[in-house]
Design a protein. Structure first.
Length: 247
């Protein structure tokens, strides 16, 4: 059975369950990089199925804390979150749903630095007066590793303007609070900011989001239907429109 047929079957099941058992409310834990996508896809699923979603977004440390401290039904999170043993023990089988690349953004209208090669990227980072990203996240952890690979980790510390949410990164760039935004490309594509380019060469990384149903959910069929919905062509179209590559 192909993915499209599975998705249609599971969504049909969720729709059938609504009048028989009452509308379920799923608690969904989701990576902050999925905010734009899921804020559009969530209402689509609700309208089609009659069920409700309570989506709580967070960075990796927050997601690990939420997953291990309280009940939830579905996780749509960075793969690094699932590598945590305590989180993994709470989840059923995982399925990758999306991937995103890393890039650099500048204020709209500002000159774009050359980031086409590792050497050019390094020079641009050293020249910048300030950079902003979300260090306390899986994506931010990778940015720090890139600084280390380039041999500029110490130099970047004084330039870094840390943020506490993904959406704050392009906002800081748009307001001029930071010269460069360095993060997942879909997050950087926002009003007032422009993408200067992707991470070059082997510095690029596919940041993968994976999904799973919680083992202790009381709404397993509806939760599975939601994950199946995330694999439909309709969901793929939304992901692409938001700068996310569906898996």
């Amino acid at each position: 059975m192909d993915n499209a047929l599975v998705a249609a079957t599971m969504l049909g099941l969720a729709m059938a369950l609504a009048p028989a058992a009452g509308a379920a409310e799923l608690k969904v834990l989701a990576g902050g990089s999925m905010t734009a996508s899921l804020k559009e896809l969530g209402p689509q699923f609700e309208r089609a199925s009659g069920h409700k979603l309570d989506i709580q977004f967070g960075a990796a440390p927050e997601l690990i804390k939420m997953a291990t401290s309280g009940p939830f039904d579905v996780a749509v999170v960075p793969v690094e979150v699932v590598k945590n043993d305590a989180v993994r023990a709470k989840l059923g089988p995982t399925t990758d749903v999306a991937q995103i690349g890393f890039g650099v953004a500048v204020r709209a209208g500002a000159p774009k630095p050359d980031v086409s090669t590792p050497d050019a990227f390094k020079a641009a980072l050293l020249k910048a007066q300030s950079v902003t990203f979300l260090p306390e996240s899986s994506a931010g952890s990778y940015v720090l590793k890139v600084f280390e690979r380039l041999g500029i980790a110490e130099a970047m510390k004084a330039k870094t303007r840390p943020q506490t949410s993904p959406g704050a990164i392009p906002q800081a760039v748009a307001k001029g609070d930071a010269e460069l935004g360095i993060f997942l490309t879909n997050v950087l594509i926002a009003p007032g900011a422009e993408l200067a380019g992707p991470f070059p060469g082997d510095l690029q990384l596919d940041f993968v989001l994976t999904a799973a149903v919680a083992k202790e959910t009381g709404h397993a069929d509806v939760a599975k239907a939601f994950l199946a919905f995330l694999k439909t062509e309709e969901a793929a179209a939304v992901f692409k429109a938001k700068g996310v590559t569906p898996k």
